[in-house]
Design a protein around this ligand. Structure first.
Ligand SMILES: Nc1ncnc2c1ncn2[C@@H]1O[C@H](COP(=O)(O)OP(=O)(O)OP(=O)(O)O)[C@@H](O)[C@H]1O
Length: 248
């Protein structure tokens, strides 16, 4: 479904910051695909390129065979609707109630108010927050805020959900419940999920495939069980906590 070929992204006027260097990877429909790496490895840049928030310097990203670069107007809007994104910091609209946060993308898409309200309530039910519809984000816990962000991202029925460190700010129990919710969404709604993380536990808990990124490069990639049981690189072993440090 997502085919990434030769993806390179440099920053800086002289192009001296190389955030991604010739990344090749593919993500199949219904995968829960993990991208793991240390801070500064290039993970968020990869997600932002797929989310159409960043223009690659070189290379291509195709979704269902359609290159996403260069899309304009209606085609760009249509592609954006296929992609939901959630972030570590939730990015909720603090002046709006929970239900109005979830309705927001539907309002932008000009869905009639009654239909938008119905859809938003269904989504709040899905994420277990029906009773918080009239609350404001400031009245919610971190896990609840992330649930609202997930409901909002799903409002326009995207095929793909991109998750940038979705549980990094949460305790381990809440992390588990959010990961369970993502797994359920993948299974029940058939949404393909890409999850960016620096925590191997997240990959172990829900990803069927994983790519390891280090220093702008794709280091290894494969079935999660294979990569975790037979890591090929020092960085993967380091992320797994299998090295004592000092060898890198
Ligand atoms: N807009 C930008 N301008 C300049 N440099 C950038 C920009 N965005 C990212 N970078 C640089 O690109 C590299 C990769 O950053 P990126 O945020 O993708 O890493 P990351 O793996 O997501 O890290 P973290 O886990 O800390 O968020 C870093 O060296 C970063 O400083």
């Amino acid at each position: 479904m997502i085919e990434i070929t030769g993806l390179t992204k440099v920053f800086g006027a002289d192009g001296s910051i190389r955030a991604l260097d010739n990344i090749n990877l593919s993500i199949a429909d219904r995968d829960i695909f993990g991208v793991i790496g240390m801070s500064g490895a290039g993970k968020s840049t990869l997600l932002r390129c797929i989310a159409l928030l960043e223009q690659p310097t070189a290379g291509t990203i195709s979704i269902d065979g359609q290159p996403v670069q260069g899309l304009k107007n209606a085609a760009l809007i249509k592609m954006r609707r296929e992609i939901g994104v959630i972030f570590q910091g939730y990015n909720l609209l603090m002046q709006r109630t929970v239900i109005k946060n979830v309705m927001f993308p539907l309002e932008i898409g000009r869905m009639p108010k009654e239909a938008a309200l119905k859809r938003a309530m269904e989504l709040l039910e899905l994420v277990g927050l029906s009773d918080k519809a009239q609350a404001y984000p400031s009245q919610l816990s971190g896990g609840q805020k992330q649930r609202v962000a997930i409901a909002r991202a799903l409002a326009v029925k995207p095929k793909l959900l991109l998750c940038d460190e979705p549980t990094s700010a949460l305790d381990s129990l809440t992390t588990r419940s959010i990961l369970d919710l993502l797994k359920e969404i993948n299974k029940e709604l058939g949404v393909t999920i890409l999850i960016i993380t620096h925590e191997i536990g997240v990959v172990r808990a829900i990803c069927n495939r994983v790519a390891v990124i280090d220093n702008s490069n794709l280091i290894e990639m494969g079935e999660t069980s294979e990569v975790l049981e037979h890591p090929k690189s020092d960085i993967t072993r380091l992320l797994l906590g299998q090295t004592q440090g000092g060898d890198r």
